[in-house]
Ligand binder design. Structure first.
Ligand code: ADP
Length: 632
């Protein structure tokens, strides 16, 4: 087959441009990325051979080799792992599969300064392409295990790459970087220096479990020089805490997670006894872009006695901890273990329980020790963690203990439930909250008026999951969680103000209007009553204590579930001039057609005030415009 030329996918081209113009200041990491890919390829071949020993591949000396050619100014990273077929090279190297890439690139273009760009790039494993930070041409030769022909891929990182079939490629993959011209000013970045390569491998890839060998350049003498193994190959999770530096842990994290930044927290766990295992888990410092997408790859790496078994092992952590990365190395599992078996295995379930508790207790520790780090954690992962309130009743209290929420008590400091309870007023029995889309929209909602007046704290819950967990959890330490927009709120009972007598008198006075309005609004409203929660607005709509809120109804519909639209309750503020006027008009006139319009408008205003949509916007606009016209 002749050499064929292909165009890079648009996103791939953009990413390459970024690499070539090197927004990333620490170029050394290209080697970490290539070694990481090579190591993965060796893991994959080992596994494939284990599952199918007829596979025509040599697994007797799996390793990574680094070759320097000073004269040609090339550096080659070679592995004898799984390799890629012709088609795979085109797919894997010519395109970017990750769906987050487009949005990432957009953010990157919008990043104002270099530091911002570097931060963003750091979120994103650019892997193989990082070679173009140091090379102006890259050649990759690869042969898929079990196939006889190989493939050569070359590119200068511009618009195109070439593919060509080669007859004599060795098993595995070699990536040759044609290094950019040496910079006499900056000897530090000479990647043809064995000293430099040794240092980079030691720093970034020491824990790789396969040997990384460097072959010295053939000298003048007769001796074939000995290859030197650069890494210690010690699994970090099997070493004692004192032996391993934070930096080493962080490099392992980067290898596993494809995140370029340090993790927020490293968690170690050693379980002894009948079912022995070691775990090294990481809490990232930033939520990945695709955390809430369906195809987010969750789970940790599973090893059995230092041998890599699988990536993304979901069975080891519950979905609400899907942001946690790391390694679990179990002593007594079969090397052939499958995902299906893991899902059912009793020991694995016990591991999951233990690891879950360990992660939650670590978050608790961060919370007590370091407010800033806790704030980062909750900002990035709070929304995910709250899913656990629905799915993990065993750890509900532990999750509630580390949760925090925006509150009317403070503009910017969130509160824990414990702190809320400590601040509760004498006689206040419940924990009040309001749900909605944004702090601003709910803080000014009419439902809040009486609470604001009386200085009663309300939690401001704005994540979609909040709508659901508050109902599921119901209470905290014996205190009910109550929505300010649901059911009857009787703040008067907690002291002062309107005497019972006055209230009864008002109810009597308004009885006719309330009944008549209920009939008028029958399609949407099941009750019209006087409100105790309004002080400024004329009216608001509330849900019955056990009905779904409109937001929840919408959520179910978005998920494709049929839910009937619950009729709601309209509350009127008897002290508001508009409401007083309505009552007057109701009592005085026999023709109530104009009044019917007013009732409708009042209802729509109440819906708008809580952030809802008018049922018939055009009609609403017309009614309001007519009335405005009459006032001119
Ligand atoms: P990532 O490693 O983040 O997936 P890369 O761009 O580094 O992204 O690599 C893309 C894919 O190309 C890898 O997922 C892997 O399937 C394949 N690949 C890269 N390097 C090698 C290699 N040395 N051997 C086999 N496959 C490789």
């Amino acid at each position: 087959m002749p050499t064929e030329t292909f165009e890079f996918q648009v996103e791939a081209r953009q990413l390459l441009q970024l690499m070539i113009h090197s927004v990333y200041s620490n170029k050394d990491v290209f080697l970490r990325e290539l070694v990481s890919n090579a190591s993965d390829a060796l893991d994959k071949l080992r596994l494939e051979k284990l599952r199918d020993d007829t596979l025509d591949a040599d697994v007797s000396d799996l390793h990574i080799e680094l070759d320097i050619d000073k004269d040609a100014r090339t550096l080659t990273v070679r592995d004898n792992g799984i390799g890629m077929s012709y088609d795979e090279v085109g797919q894997l190297i010519g395109t970017i599969a990750n769906s987050g890439t487009a949005s990432f690139l957009k953010e990157l273009r919008e990043a104002k300064d270099a530091a911002g760009a570097e931060g963003l790039i750091g979120q994103f494993g650019v892997g193989f392409y990082s070679g173009f930070m140091v090379a102006d041409e890259v050649t990759l030769v690869t042969r898929r295990a079990g196939e006889s022909k190989g493939t050569r891929w070359t590119s200068r990182g511009e618009a195109t790459y070439t593919l060509e079939t080669v007859d004599d490629a060795p098993q595995g993959t070699s990536v040759t970087l044609h290094l950019k011209p040496a910079d006499p000013e900056n000897q530090l970045h000479d990647y043809t220096s064995p000293w430099k390569i040794r240092e980079i491998v030691k720093r970034y890839s020491d824990f790789i479990t396969w040997p990384i060998r460097m072959v010295p350049e053939t000298g003048e003498g007769d001796f074939a020089p000995e290859a030197e193994t650069l890494n210690s190959m010690k699994a970090l999770w099997a070493r004692s805490r004192e032996e391993v530096s934070d930096d080493e842990y962080h490099e392992l994290y980067k290898h596993i997670s494809h995140d370029w930044r340090d993790p927020l927290e490293t968690i170690r766990l050693q379980a002894e006894g009948t079912f022995e295992y070691q775990a090294l888990l990481f809490v990232p410092a930033h939520a990945p872009h695709d955390l809430f997408t369906r195809d987010f790859k969750r789970g940790v790496q599973l090893y059995v006695k230092r041998v890599f078994i699988m990536d993304d092992c979901e069975a080891l952590l519950p979905p609400y901890l899907r942001f946690v990365k790391g390694v679990v190395d179990a002593a007594d599992l079969s090397l052939n273990v499958s995902r299906e078996i893991l899902q059912q295995d009793r020991h694995i379930r016990m591991m999951q329980r233990r690891l879950t508790k360990k992660v939650l207790s670590t978050v608790k520790e961060i919370m007590t020790k370091d407010a800033d780090r806790y704030a980062t954690f909750w900002r990035e992962f709070g929304t995910v963690l709250k899913e656990g309130l629905l799915t993990d009743s065993e750890n509900r209290d532990a999750i509630l203990a580390v949760a925090s929420f925006a509150t009317t008590h403070s503009e910017d400091e969130p509160t824990t439930l414990k702190q809320y309870v400590e601040r509760m007023k004498d006689g206040q029995e419940d924990i009040y909250y309001i749900t909605g889309e944004s702090r601003q929209s709910i803080e000014n909602s009419p439902h809040m008026e009486a609470f604001r007046d009386k200085g009663i704290e309300v939690l401001l819950l704005t994540d979609p999951v909040d709508e659901v967990w508050v109902d599921a959890v119901g209470e905290y330490e014996g205190k009910k969680l109550r929505s300010v927009a649901k059911g009857e709120i009787d703040l008067d009972a907690k002291g002062e103000e309107k005497a019972d007598g006055e209230r009864e008198k008002q109810t009597e006075e308004y009885a006719g209007l309330l009944g008549w309005m209920r009939e008028q609004l029958d399609e949407d409203i099941k009750e019209v009553r006087l409100s105790t929660r309004l002080t400024v607005s004329p009216a608001c709509v509330v849900s019955d204590a056990h009905d779904l809120t409109p937001a929840l109804e919408n959520m179910y519909r978005a998920m494709g579930q049929e839910v009937p639209r619950a009729k709601r309750i309209l509350e009127l503020n008897p002290d508001h001039l508009l409401v007083k006027g309505l009552n007057q008009a109701y009592k005085e006139s026999a023709d109530r057609s104009g009044l019917a319009e007013s009732a409708e408008l009042l209802h729509t205003l109440a819906v708008l005030a809580e952030g809802g949509q008018p049922k018939d916007p055009a009609r609403f606009v017309k009614l309001v415009a007519d009335r405005l016209e009459r006032t001119l």
